[in-house]
Write a protein that binds this ligand. Structure first.
Ligand code: NAP
Ligand code: ZN
Ligand code: ZN
Length: 349
């Protein structure tokens, strides 16, 4: 059984987003039905809506930084009640049984992969899953997170992707006190990376192409700001970093940053540009350095991150927009003109 939900969708890669009605399943025994209050705008939404990664099925309703209130729960749901404040991130299901799923790392599900919140394979209705640029969503309770009433809701929504995507690698590579850590790019992910690296006690350096963001970067947690176009300033940083997190949405030259790592240092890419990277392997071998990647985070660590944010009063810095401002928001995101995440007030839909 289904009900009709309204949202905003892209009908083709070269078309703007516009109003769209579609079916959602009526909640099963193990589902949580959520009225969406805010949805953050991730650069991945744009990559997907414009089919920059290939494989987008249209029409598509993007959005995977969802905060809302539980409207109803199925009879077997144990963790949630109507009225609870909850979040949904980039995935709504997985196989639930493979080793990665058992370890709570469902984003690396080994049997068919995670079910994305949008453009995922919908095992209930067929076709694709549709995301959070919409009034409501129905999700299996295992992929619903608890959100504290203490947090500003518009600013909490981006924690569900930008937050966990930067939290997870910083935790996995044990970033903390006594370390020098670089964050490349001050957008949605980058500004959360700055906040977390600072909160974990690292000496934090922002690399940016936008000199005008320097003051904000210091307020957000940067101890130093380096404008990446300044060759001299970049050279002065050579061989000094324990860890660098690359959050850039474009295919920057990674060799330059690999050379800034200490011996045995690691750089982790979370950005996923449309074009493949090309870089020299020389700085990797000279210095036994590591280049790695990381994808969002599993449900246990997402909950851990949300709880940490509630305890420390951390949310994203957001510009709240109306649903019908989404196409303009995408254009501004492409110009690196976002401070530092757009969050859609779903009451405007
Ligand atoms: P965003 O808000 O648009 O921020 C990207 C930032 O990168 C910009 O603000 C800009 O910062 C910098 N930048 C953009 N174009 C650049 C260029 N040509 N050269 C150098 N720097 C450039 O994007 P986001 O939402 O944070 O997402 C960033 C990337 O992460 C996207 O590719 C997205 O798909 C990906 N992502 C991956 C995961 C994952 O699980 N791994 C999760 C979410 C998103 P400055 O102005 O400071 O230079
Ligand atoms: Zn995202
Ligand atoms: Zn699995």
């Amino acid at each position: 059984m289904t009900f009709v939900c309204t949202g905003y969708a892209a009908s083709a890669a070269d078309k703007p987003l516009g109003p769209f009605s579609f079916d959602r399943r009526t909640p099963t025994d193990e589902d949580v039905e959520i009225d969406i209050l805010y949805c953050g705008v991730c650069h991945s939404d744009l990559h997907m809506a414009r089919n920059e990664w290939g494989g987008t099925t249209f029409p598509i309703v993007p959005g995977h930084e969802i905060v809302g209130r539980v409207k109803s729960v199925g009879s077997k749901v144990t963790k949630f009640n109507a009225g609870d404040l909850v979040g949904v991130g980039c995935m709504v299901d997985s196989c639930r049984t493979c080793p990665s799923c058992q370890e709570g790392l469902q984003q690396y599900c080994e049997t068919g992969g995670m079910v994305g919140t949008y453009n995922g394979k919908d095992k209930y209705l067929g076709g694709i899953t549709q995301g959070g640029y919409s009034k409501a969503i129905v999700v299996y309770e295992g992929f619903v997170l608890k959100v504290s009433e203490k947090l500003d809701l518009a600013g909490a929504a981006p924690l569900l992707c930008a937050g966990i995507t930067t939290w997870s690698p910083l935790r996995h590579w044990k970033v903390g006190k006594g370390q020098k850590v670089g964050i490349i790019g001050l957008g949605g992910l980058g500004h959360m990376g700055l906040k977390f690296a600072h909160a974990f006690g690292a000496h934090t350096v922002l690399f940016t192409t936008s000199p005008s963001k320097a003051e904000d970067a210091r307020r957000l947690g940067a101890d130093e700001v380096v404008v990446s176009k300044d060759a001299e300033a970049m050279a002065a940083q050579r061989g000094s970093f324990d860890f660098i997190l690359n959050t850039v949405s474009a295919d920057i030259d990674l060799s330059v940053y690999l050379g800034l790592l200490k011996r045995d240092g690691a750089m982790v890419n979370v950005g996923l540009p449309e074009k493949p990277y090309s870089f020299s392997g020389r700085p990797l071998i000279g210095g036994r350095r590591t280049l790695a990647g990381s994808m969002i985070g599993g449900t246990p660590e997402t909950q851990e991150m949300l709880d940490f944010c509630a305890e420390h009063g951390i949310t994203a810095d957001v510009e709240v927009i109306r649903m019908n401002e989404i196409n303009d928001a995408y254009e501004r995101m492409l110009k690196s003109d976002v401070k530092y995440r757009f969050s859609i007030d779903m009451a405007s839909l």
